[in-house]
Design a protein around this ligand. Structure first.
Ligand SMILES: [Zn+2]
Ligand SMILES: [Zn+2]
Length: 444
């Protein structure tokens, strides 16, 4: 409802109110004056969001090692008077901001981990951090933009804390570790573990944003239903019988058998899946066996990834991969041991269609023509899926490519040259803040 009596006069508030009144109402329930104040606060916090993002960028930490990042976030939330819980899912931080009015609970999520990538971007705040990962000395870099996610959510916390008395409900800030997958032996981790430790208790809906160079600054995109794929690690060990390379009949050749399996796996998606329903992918990423030209080895190991956008297809892929690998091996007199599991088995990230419908006016109000409610799905994966499997969830892409810039200048996530046009950040802050208050107001 429109509040007809404006708050005590201050020029910026009056201007903001005028702007808010000129825009289509973001939600029938949210007080437009409150939205105007939020927009003023977003403008005010933007330089600090850039600062937070750069600090985190310069001090990246790998999955489940986000100790300093968590401390930085926790201190910030505590300064704002937000209840803070640390050590959730090892290094996660959960902040709870209780509004001055009764209402539902909404969660906003940021992931905090960086990647074993050596930064090659020429910025003053570039990472020089190095580590040893999988026995290889390598740099550590926020090559997936989680630094921006942390910076933006710290900004949102600041904005919403400033209007807490007028919030009709509770906002939970989820700063989670290990989105990129935990080190060996530390699963379950990340979002899965946050959920297991009760981070979503009492939460009615969850929102999250991921930055992407696929889209330009000002663009905000999502879709109903499956938006990102499930990702399952595949491991196949083919065992034959060692023999001399000149006398293959004296053994069972696991290399030729593996070659047939790799080819056979490719007919699962192309010949056995209903691709009119959704796309799927089976990739073998590594194949390892043998030592020299004239020795047929005992065994070959291969690993790969399985991607699907539909739970039934996911299960169907698993079953057919097992059948294909073991049957081909058997036909050659070899055996194939198939393991589909691993620590990166994220479910499909599916947005709640009713929640998207409900929040569409909000997203149109914050992004205007930049909002796209029907973006194509991707076969990348996200552990936001664990939250969205628990409560209605909505995940959004935020464009970070300078409008009109050469795509080459903005390589995809995980590149050592991954960079962000920081002009993108205020839209992310504004979108999360508006989603939170409009959701709360709608249910109050
Ligand atoms: Zn990533
Ligand atoms: Zn990411």
């Amino acid at each position: 409802m429109l509040r007809l009596i404006p708050p005590p006069a201050s020029t910026s508030r009056v201007v903001a109110l005028a702007i808010a009144l000129a825009l289509p109402s973001a939600s029938a329930q949210t007080d437009d004056a409150l939205l105007g104040r939020i927009d003023d606060l977003v403008a005010d916090v933007t330089p600090r969001v850039v600062e937070y993002r750069r600090h985190v960028h310069q001090n990246p930490e790998l999955s489940n090692r986000e100790v300093e990042t968590a401390a930085y976030v926790a201190a910030h939330l505590a300064r704002l008077g937000i209840e803070v819980e640390t050590g959730v899912a090892r290094t996660g931080v959960v902040g709870t901001l209780r509004g001055g009015r009764p209402g539902p609970t909404v969660a906003l999520r940021a992931d905090m981990d960086a990647l074993p990538v050596t930064e090659r971007v020429d910025v003053p705040f570039a990472s020089t951090v190095r580590t040893v990962y999988n026995d290889i000395e390598v740099g550590v870099m926020h090559a997936c933009g989680h630094d921006a996610h942390v910076g933006m959510l710290m900004g949102v916390a600041e904005v919403l804390a400033a209007v807490r008395d007028d919030l009709p409900g509770t906002v939970v800030f989820l700063f989670q570790p290990a989105e990129e997958g935990a080190p060996a032996g530390e699963a379950p981790a990340g979002a899965e573990q946050m959920v297991a430790e009760g981070a979503l208790e009492g939460v009615d809906a969850v929102f999250g944003i991921h930055v992407t160079s696929s889209f330009e600054v000002g663009e905000l995109k999502t879709r109903p239903g499956a938006m990102m794929a499930s990702a399952d690690d595949l491991r196949i060990v083919v065992t034959g019988k060692q023999t001399h390379g000149a006398y293959p009949w004296g053994g069972v050749d696991p290399i030729v058998t593996s070659a047939q399996i790799v080819t056979g796996l490719q007919t699962i998606v192309s010949r056995q899946m209903d691709l009119t329903k959704a796309p799927a992918v089976v990739t073998v990423g590594r194949i390892d066996g043998g030592v020299r030209s004239n020795i047929i080895p005992d065994s070959v190991m291969m690993i790969g990834t399985i991607r699907a956008l539909d739970d039934e297809m996911r299960a169907g892929l698993h079953e057919r991969i097992r059948r294909t690998a073991t049957s081909i091996a058997e036909s050659q007199g070899a055996t194939a041991e198939v393991t589909i599991a691993g620590e990166y088995g994220y479910p499909v990230t599916a947005n709640d269609a009713a929640l998207l419908d409900r929040m569409t006016p909000t997203l149109q109000a914050v992004a205007g023509d930049g909002f796209d409610p029907a973006v194509a799905p991707v076969l990348g994966a996200e552990d936001f899926s664990y939250y969205a499997n628990e409560v209605p969830g909505l995940f959004l892409w935020l464009g970070i490519r300078t409008p009109g810039a050469d795509r080459e200048l903005f390589p995809p996530n995980h590149s050592p040259l991954f960079r962000i046009d920081e002009d993108a950040l205020p839209l992310g802050v504004r979108a999360l803040a508006h989603l939170a208050v409009d959701f709360l107001a709608g249910d109050a």
